[in-house]
Design a binder for this molecule. Structure first.
Ligand SMILES: *[C@@H]1O[C@H](CO)[C@@H](O)[C@H](O)[C@H]1NC(C)=O
Ligand SMILES: *[C@@H]1O[C@H](CO)[C@@H](O)[C@H](O)[C@H]1NC(C)=O
Ligand SMILES: *[C@@H]1O[C@H](CO)[C@@H](O)[C@H](O)[C@H]1NC(C)=O
Ligand SMILES: *[C@@H]1O[C@H](CO)[C@@H](O)[C@H](O)[C@H]1NC(C)=O
Ligand SMILES: *[C@@H]1O[C@H](CO)[C@@H](O)[C@H](O)[C@H]1NC(C)=O
Ligand SMILES: *[C@@H]1O[C@H](CO)[C@@H](O)[C@H](O)[C@H]1NC(C)=O
Ligand SMILES: *[C@@H]1O[C@H](CO)[C@@H](O)[C@H](O)[C@H]1NC(C)=O
Length: 649
């Protein structure tokens, strides 16, 4: 009985899927822009050499740079409804999303050329974007009613950095919209999830406000607007993304449709809902060192084993839904001041986190790495949210309703991303012994491990009790009210009663091999690959530990000239990082956390000044540092021994 109902529903779904095939809509997206590399941070006598490096790059290099610039349009497209609070039906300003970045057609125009923009020197190329959004006829109008007729169009204006790389290193958080994100989510490697050129200089939000409800919440607040910061530090370009509704064309649709069809199982049945672990994002992993305060949320939420300096393997977990229906969780009182919803108060699927002041969903994914089992099989999650349209197909709506944490779900063809900069989206790998040798193992991720997300058809909107129960968060209210003091651990947790699509689990797991490098190494010493802009002295990759600078001492808290450095080759970058007493090695720091970061040359020796690290706690009593070196250009050979220095207290 139950089974036949299931198949009937599937039949209905697949036939409606077929019908949709003939009712597609095409929207052409175009723009012209200029993208390039900022030379301001390079010594003037390297400019010709740097230019020749760029002249030797393939067109793919420039196209990748163009795509990174276009990535910065995404936040204002996906969260578009939030930018038009006054718009009421029949006028619609719904969610939008460009096709996947690799599918964007970039046509380079002309040769690279110099420009001088507000005193900034850049070597740039012009390009044009061409892309087609493929969706269904109904949602295209809900996404923007100006697209209701063929040939109708609209424009969205943006101000983008001419050089899209190293944006946080250059402009701080001025262009990073933190609205709705947990504290400290912005990470220099993930600017595309935050870029908002409408961010202005803001006052601190009221202390009563729960969660971040404006562009900037992290202190110190930026003192320049995004546009001002771009003008001052990078150089900017105004672009216009133009969206035009195009007549239906089968060939264009076939050319742009991705994937070629939604998830289908071995029996040929189309998935109503099917999320999967997207492996390329798992492979986007990196090792960082973070100091965790004793009272940090990371401790309360058991994301690390103890406080102090930790070695953390960061990675992204991405779950696209390639079924033809929305995965629905529903309304959640995400921030505790919203009215509570059944998901929280009745089904306990979400628990209030007093530390983060919002609700957590802990059945999104679990992860493991390596052989040590204690506390490393972690579950993370706080909000199921559509942040990117992964598919480009008739069965994937353009306008959707799951773009905030207050209404959670993943629409057909969209995806949720837990990107690798979010606090706790990591595995604490500090206890793997990598003093003398590297450690290689598999990083495994498993989305929807407990079947809480209904990958199939929900039965009669009913709920069933699971064997999970709520935890008691430090005696503070977990079950719905931030102000209740009652601890409600031990309440049964419910999930949707679901007829799972057969095969739903097959694609929920992925693994990738990861090598933990020797102590003192991490993202900073990894190959640049796609991280960190791979250009110039502010990059956070491509360095090496100096063989004689792995773990040195200084007088805690003193600001001194500690080193005299010179190199035998033209130019090198020398970076000084704090070192940990507990871990006995350098912390492979990012540019913004470095003690010093200087370009040294062979013409004269340079004095390097820095503030010797002060004590942080009883173990980390300060006074330790490490030295990292890199060629000025990532493309050049490492000559690690050519730096010499003397202590000159
Ligand atoms: C660029 O390529 C040319 C020809 O292959 C080569 O002679 C030159 O050294 C290259 N320049 C740089 C900076 O690598
Ligand atoms: C976009 O910018 C152009 C040129 O600056 C301006 O004329 C137009 O009004 C702007 N459009 C919108 C929608 O802001
Ligand atoms: C420095 O940047 C890293 C990411 O690259 C970020 O995680 C960290 O919070 C930043 N630190 C400061 C002090 O801004
Ligand atoms: C995730 O949890 C499930 C069930 O709790 C378990 O079977 C699975 O092995 C875990 N996966 C990983 C990668 O840890
Ligand atoms: C769904 O609800 C109907 C009417 O209440 C009931 O007859 C049917 O048995 C239910 N189906 C399942 C699978 O529980
Ligand atoms: C709960 O655990 C019991 C005993 O292990 C098992 O029989 C039952 O199927 C579980 N219930 C659910 C909903 O997973
Ligand atoms: C908790 O806060 C809500 C909303 O701020 C308020 O209506 C309610 O009375 C408070 N409850 C208690 C027990 O203080």
């Amino acid at each position: 009985m139950q089974l036949s109902l299931f198949f009937l529903l599937l039949l209905l779904h697949s036939s409606s899927g077929k019908r949709k095939k003939n009712v597609g809509a095409l929207v052409r997206v175009t723009t012209s822009s200029t993208v390039g590399v900022l030379f301001d941070e390079l010594p003037v006598d390297t400019h010709n050499y740097a230019r020749s490096l760029l002249d030797n790059k393939t067109d793919d290099y420039w196209k990748d740079l163009a795509r990174r610039q276009l990535d910065l349009t995404q936040v204002r497209l996906v969260f578009r409804p939030l930018y038009y609070p006054d718009v009421q039906p029949p006028t619609f300003r719904g969610t939008f999303s460009l096709p996947l970045r690799d599918q964007l057609e970039i046509r380079l125009k002309g040769r690279p050329r110099w420009i001088s923009e507000n005193g900034h020197k850049l070597y740039v190329r012009d390009y044009a974007l061409n892309a087609y959004i493929l969706t269904d006829r109904k949602s295209v109008i809900l996404a923007d009613d100006r697209l209701s007729c063929i040939h109708k169009s609209f424009i969205i204006n943006y101000t983008l950095p001419l050089d899209p790389m190293l944006l946080v290193q250059r402009t701080g958080l001025a262009c990073m919209g933190e609205n709705q994100w947990p504290p400290n989510s912005v990470d220099a490697e993930n600017v595309e999830y935050f870029y908002d050129d409408t961010c202005e200089v803001e006052q601190p939000q009221s202390p009563e406000t729960i969660g971040c409800q404006q562009c900037h919440c992290q202190y110190p607040l930026p003192t320049l607007s995004c546009k001002q910061a771009l003008t001052k530090y990078v150089g900017s370009i105004p672009i216009q993304l133009k969206f035009v509704r195009k007549p239906w064309n089968r060939f264009t649709a076939n050319r742009w449709r991705y994937p070629k069809r939604p998830s289908v199982n071995g029996n040929g049945v189309v998935a109503p809902v099917n999320i999967f672990e997207y492996k390329p994002d798992l492979q986007r992993n990196r090792l960082v060192y973070l100091y965790i305060e004793a009272d940090g949320c990371e401790i309360v939420e058991q994301c690390v084993e103890t406080s102090g300096w930790r070695r953390l393997l960061r990675f992204s977990t991405t779950a696209p839904n390639f079924g033809i229906e929305d995965l629905q969780l529903g309304r959640v009182s995400y921030f505790a001041n919203d009215p509570p919803s059944d998901l929280v108060t009745k089904y306990h699927m979400f628990e209030f986190s007093p530390c983060h002041q919002h609700f957590h969903f802990s059945h999104y994914a679990n992860f493991t790495f390596g052989s040590l089992s204690n506390a490393r099989n972690s579950k993370r999650g706080f909000c199921l949210q559509a942040v990117y349209r992964h598919a480009n197909a008739e069965w994937s709506p353009l306008a959707q309703a799951y773009y905030t944490c207050s209404n959670q779900g993943i629409p057909a063809g969209w995806q949720d991303v837990y990107q690798d900069g979010i606090p706790c989206q990591w595995i604490d790998v500090t206890s793997y012994n990598t003093r003398k040798q590297e450690y290689t193992s598999y990083l495994q991720s498993h989305v929807n491990p407990d079947g809480f997300l209904c990958e199939g058809v929900s039965i009669n909107n009913s709920w069933i009790e699971t064997n999970f129960s709520t935890t008691c968060c430090n005696g503070e209210g977990c079950c719905g009210n931030s102000n209740s003091t009652e601890c409600c651990g031990g309440e049964p947790v419910y999930r949707t009663n679901c007829d799972y699509w057969s095969g739903y689990e097959d694609d929920n797991k992925a693994e990738t091999e990861v090598t933990l490098p020797l102590n003192g190494n991490g993202q900073l010493t990894a190959d640049c690959w796609t991280i960190s802009g791979h250009w110039g002295p502010r990059r956070d990759c491509g360095f090496r530990l100096h063989p004689y600078g792995k773990y040195l001492s200084c007088q805690p808290g003193e600001y001194k000239t500690l080193m005299k450095v010179q190199t035998s080759i033209e130019y090198q970058i020398l970076r000084v990082c704090e070192a940990s007493i507990a871990l006995q090695c350098g912390m492979a720091c990012t540019w913004n956390n470095s003690l010093a970061n200087v370009i040294v040359d062979k013409k004269q020796s340079k004095n390097v000044h820095f503030l010797c690290p002060a004590a942080r706690d009883e173990i980390e009593t300060g006074g330790r540092f490490a030295v990292y070196v890199a060629p000025l250009f990532e493309e050049d050979e490492h000559t690690p021994l050519s730096v010499t220095w003397k202590k000159s207290y």
